[in-house]
Design a protein around this ligand. Structure first.
Ligand code: 13P
Length: 255
């Protein structure tokens, strides 16, 4: 496998935006705009409460639905949490795990990311595992160490055949919501470092088969260049996924 055969995935992360009625409006604009665009997989990762409406609207269309987090226990006394089997039964296919905002604001650690990843895989969900360095870490020259450790711990105990089902999103924290995008060279370099970690853990075939996205201020004006990089197989898009025309333009860049 190589870039030509790897599955490109363009995923929107809506974060804490869109009420159910707003969500419905956005997907009803998106669906006609992306009809027939088979060159990549199209995913929208929506707030939990939007899932039923978006799953119903997207049924039978190229748009797939993801969640933004999942708890690692199967069920029980975990007030406020949502399990992988709940998501699965609602028609969710993807789930974002370990987003930097969850690491920063909600106490997410590499260890809990690992637990969530395994729970998602066991339930048949496709995890979108987020890794990425802080600006201070980049300035200290430890980007490779940071993303390598995040990737390795997240994948502890994950079998090779399951590792192939994981999507990894490289999201440098300093590029998220800041308008400051990593250069295409920086994105390709770190996605390549992640691929080398996968090769160490699982061998070259698996490493070459895994979809690795870039995320962080991806928009219509920079998407084509980022997506053209050898190690960049798609995007995880925040702000620009909230406007159907912008998200569609990024999907066009991935065709
Ligand atoms: P922005 O595209 O708004 O920078 O967000 C990126 C992101 O965090 C996607 O998960």
């Amino acid at each position: 496998m190589n870039k030509a055969t790897r599955k490109a995935v363009i995923a929107g992360n809506w974060k804490m935006n869109m009420t159910p009625s707003e969500a419905l409006k956005l997907v009803s604009e998106l669906i006609p705009a992306v009809q027939g665009k088979n060159g990549c997989e199209i995913v929208v990762c929506v707030p939990f409460v939007d899932i039923p409406a978006v799953v119903a609207a997207a049924n039978g269309t190229p748009v797939k639905v993801g969640a933004q987090n999942v708890h690692f226990m199967e069920s029980g006394a975990y007030t406020g949490e949502i399990s992988a089997s709940m998501l699965k039964e609602c028609g969710v296919e993807y789930v974002v795990i370990g987003h930097s905002e969850r690491r920063q604001y909600f106490g997410e650690t590499d260890e809990t990311v690992n637990l969530r990843l395994k729970a998602a895989l066991a339930a048949g969900l496709t995890p979108i595992l987020c890794v990425g360095e802080l600006l201070t870490e980049r300035d200290q020259g430890i980007t490779a160490e940071v993303v390598s450790k995040q990737t390795k711990v997240a994948l502890l105990g994950v079998a090779p055949e399951d590792a192939r089902r994981v999507i990894i999103a490289y999201e440098p924290v300093w590029a998220i919501g800041t308008g400051r995008t990593a250069t295409s060279e920086q994105a390709d370099e770190v996605c390549g470092i992640i691929r080398a970690v996968l090769a160490d853990l699982y061998g070259k075939d698996t490493a070459e088969a895994v979809t690795i996205q870039y995320g962080g201020s991806m928009k219509p004006s920079n998407a084509a260049e980022l997506l053209a990089q050898y190690n960049v197989d798609g995007g995880l898009i925040g702000g620009a996924s909230l406007k159907a025309s912008d998200f569609t333009a990024i999907i066009d860049a991935a065709q």
